[in-house]
Design a protein around this ligand. Sequence first.
Ligand code: SF4
Ligand code: SF4
Length: 418
Amino acid sequence: MGGEQDKGSLTRRAVLKAAAAVAAAGGAAAAGYAAWRNSSYLFLMRNAPTEAAHPSLAWKGATVRSYRPLGTTGIRMSDISFGGGAIDNSDVVARAVERGINYFDTSPDYSKTGSEQTIGKALKGVRDKVFIASKFCTGDGHLPKDTPVAEIMRAVEGSLTRLQTDYLDVCLIHEVNSIDRLMAPTFHEAFDRLKEQGKVRFLGVSSHTPNLEAVMRHAVASGRFQVLLVAHNFGNWPDLTNIFHDAKQRGVGVIAMKTLKGAQATVLKDFADQSQAFSQAAFKWVLRNPDVSGLVVSIRDFNQIDEYLYASGQPLEASDAALLERYDQLIAKDYCRPGCGACLDRCPSDVPVDDILRYAMYYENYGREDEARMRYAALPPERAATHCVNCPAPCQAACPFELPIRQKLLQAHRTLQA
Ligand code: SF4
Ligand code: SF4
């Protein structure tokens, strides 16, 4: 691991000092964080049904055609890399390696450690040829920021056991939605100790929450992180382009995720007769930016490897941009934007508009019907969409995207009520 960056060796006190310095520099921005709702705008999480309806024969056997430097880590990652969120078949992982994918992103909370076990089984014979990233996490979920250092270290050691390896190339603080969590001394101290022991190489941060731009900007400025794993897709979070550029200047690698914009099955069927896949256009859009090192996309079957890798190393064409534009037009007045929340304080009944529309999306587009209904049922009854029935809908005037909120919520209620 010669030549690695050593930015990660700050002491606990230095971490706090660095956090304070950055916080002071970005005080105005930090004040804005409080205004954000941190709860759960995770529209873009997990795995949308994103395969092309009619795979082209031309995609068969596609391989990685481009590798890019991951900041100054010394890693050259496949531009289209493996997201392990849904993987349960080690043969699929092995096929990905054969096709040239060399970067694998997993986490203990993917399939309650099943993802790590599957990936570990497939990669143990090729460990020196691949890079593995996992998260500070357990099979039961994310570790809170005040978790004792020893417990965080044990969690990472659990990942190493399941992955059948002695070290992680990247260990990420997972789903960071606040600067407090980003700079939590516990995570940083655990990382430093694990690094000293040779069990982790680089520190990363992942985020796909409304605060993601603020979190990523702070992460770059802090000098603590070597890798950003960040939700990035056409039309969202415009400031990311600038942040990615700064990251590159500072030697921080940028990996995009959620690149498919939670592609909606109901809309994708309108693309079924296209000769090009929506996924390929979306990937080319992300990778057209040279400040992006690569992307990870959830892969769970062999066909996805063919389809996705066909876009590797390919430029964005006018036809790709047109396809993405068409998709955006189709979803324009149907898509509740993650991180928006502009309508929330207009509702006299405090109905969580964004959350309910997200649950409806889980049901309608992600095939997660039970979970969607369970989440809706867990809302306090006084915040349910039943309030919308006789409401003049003052929320709608606040929506910059002109969503017919009342109609959508009533539809969601019909769908989600048990
Ligand atoms: S329609 Fe009325 S009750 Fe429903 S979310 Fe809008 S303001 Fe709230
Ligand atoms: S204002 Fe529109 S896009 Fe924003 S949270 Fe409300 S419904 Fe969603």
